[in-house]
Design a protein around this ligand. Structure first.
Ligand SMILES: Cc1ncc(C[n+]2csc(CCOP(=O)(O)OP(=O)(O)O)c2C)c(N)n1
Ligand SMILES: [Mg+2]
Length: 470
């Protein structure tokens, strides 16, 4: 025993030396230690708490499994910024992977049957039917706007096919007071909040009624009325914005949270990492919803990261996290509901990794059959479709039937075709609008650019759309 202790102490000292934490003249804490947080002194458990002003208790930390270290855990403990750390005589690197991947929370199986033992938040018939109707509306919007782009009536479009449950179920679990910072594949959140089909059409047709005054490409929606910030297709820039907003909501005691959506590709940007870290350190009420749909345009996730997806990155930053079946509307609803409650009541960021699949092409500028097998797309479309799964659940409960289905589809289709016809006829914003709303007084370089643009249009009228008023 004595030998073991001596050996252990030697190992600890070697370790401390390696870490630059030891004053070789003494192994006990002494004022000669470098007392900054980079090189903190080593203090043992029975010594007075040295870092009281810098330490925090981790709330609800799960009991650490000691299986990694087995019985080799040393009795001695170091009080280090962030909490106590046990010493171990065993030099063991943390493995880059685990045998078992983080489990995925699911409520409904692929056939829409609740899984035995699943715990979930109850959804009323009214909410369930609104959720389903909105998912169908999204599908119809995707079909019709996509065709409109193919016909050359709008310049661009990106579908949400396969990701309807993430859009709608998450929106249903939030309240209108929660600020939304979207990427671009989440129009369903806006739909849920009451953005009308006419408003969607006005934006896609870049007309005068578009809140962005026609300056953006289609699908870059914004609505101040619905606390929905402008769609950011500059990947991941919205993530730190959400954290900043959540910080201000915390300071103003708003009792609401910020919610940001992004794809797996968004997590390959530095902004994602900075945002998670800031959110954890500042303890702000923000929900990060990552749609892991397998692809960032043509880049598969295997070329983006080797971690167990995105969920494990939450733990690395001290952010509570969960992996959810993103094609299961009930699981998504329940997870976001619980996340919102924790985020607001505890002022905590929460990360949700929603597993899904981008069934459509990345956008109308892409042909995904060039880089992925058609069978893969078909499998997700047929077997894992989130809309069909939810439909089966509401049908089994006697809340839905074929007649209601065809009525809904016909009504939405008609309404959307009308909205498109109206939007197409509304005037475009004038050229002058391109240069407004940024500066109170327009600077000379911007005035020069406007002059240059007007002269160019006069010289080459055939190259400019005739329906944009000068
Ligand atoms: C900063 C930045 N880099 C690159 C791009 C080009 N780009 C547009 S979408 C995209 C892929 C994003 O993938 P993901 O975040 O997984 O979203 P998904 O399209 O799968 O929903 C890329 C790289 C961009 N818009 N912004
Ligand atoms: Mg993606």
């Amino acid at each position: 025993m004595a030998l073991w202790l001596r050996k252990s102490l030697k190992t600890i000292n070697n370790f401390k030396s390696m870490m630059g934490m030891i004053n070789h003249s003494s192994s006990s804490p002494s004022p000669s230690f470098n007392q900054n947080l980079r090189n903190p002194p080593v203090i043992f458990i029975d010594s007075p708490t040295y870092f009281s002003s810098h330490r925090y208790e981790s709330t609800r930390a799960e009991k650490q499994s000691d299986s990694v270290y087995g019985s080799h855990c040393h009795a001695q403990v170091m009080d280090f910024p962030g909490g106590k750390i046990m010493f171990s005589p065993v030099m063991r690197f943390i493995s880059e992977s685990t045998q078992e991947r983080v489990h995925c929370y699911q409520v409904l199986d692929d056939n829409g049957n609740p899984i035995t033992g699943s715990n979930y938040v109850q959804v009323s018939e009214e909410v369930a039917l609104k959720m389903y109707s909105n998912m169908v509306t999204l599908q119809i919007m995707d079909t019709i706007f996509y065709e409109a782009q193919r016909q050359g009536r709008i310049s661009f479009y990106a579908t949400t096919i396969g990701e309807e449950a993430i859009n709608i179920a998450s929106a249903a679990a939030l309240t209108i007071d929660d600020f939304v910072f979207p990427q671009y594949r989440e129009p369903g959140v806006l739909l849920w909040r009451g953005f009308t089909l006419q408003e969607f059409a006005n934006q896609c047709f870049s007309n005068k009624a578009d809140y962005g005054k026609g300056r953006q490409m289609p699908i870059h929606y914004v609505s101040k009325r619905h606390n929905y910030f402008t769609v950011a297709s500059t990947i991941a820039t919205q993530i730190p914005h959400a954290v900043g907003a959540a910080y201000s909501m915390k300071m103003d005691k708003k009792g609401a949270c910020a919610v940001t959506y992004f794809g797996d590709g968004g997590t390959s940007e530095g902004d994602f990492h900075a945002a998670l870290n800031f959110a954890a350190v500042r303890e702000v009420p923000v929900i990060f919803i990552c749609r892991n749909n397998g692809w960032a345009i043509s880049t598969p996730t295997s070329d983006q990261f080797r971690s167990d997806g995105i969920v494990v990155k939450g733990k690395a930053y001290g952010v509570r996290s969960i992996r959810v079946d993103g094609n299961d509307a009930l699981a998504m609803y329940s997870a976001v509901h619980a996340a919102r409650s924790m985020a607001i009541s505890e002022n905590k960021p929460i990360l949700i990794e929603a597993l899904t699949y981008r069934v459509g092409h990345h956008s109308t500028s892409d042909d995904s059959t060039k880089y992925r097998p058609i069978e893969e797309i078909e499998w997700f479309k047929v077997v894992r479709d989130p809309v069909t799964r939810f439909r089966k659940w509401i049908e089994n409960r006697g809340w839905w039937n074929g007649k209601l289905e065809s009525e809904l589809r016909n009504t939405v289709k008609e309404e959307l075709l009308d909205a498109i016809q109206v939007a197409e006829k509304v005037e475009k914003p004038t050229i002058a609008e391109l240069f407004t709303d940024v500066y109170d007084v327009s600077p000379s370089n911007l005035r020069d650019q406007e002059k240059f643009l007007r002269e160019t249009i006069k010289r080459h009228p055939q190259d400019y759309p005739s329906d944009v008023p000068l």
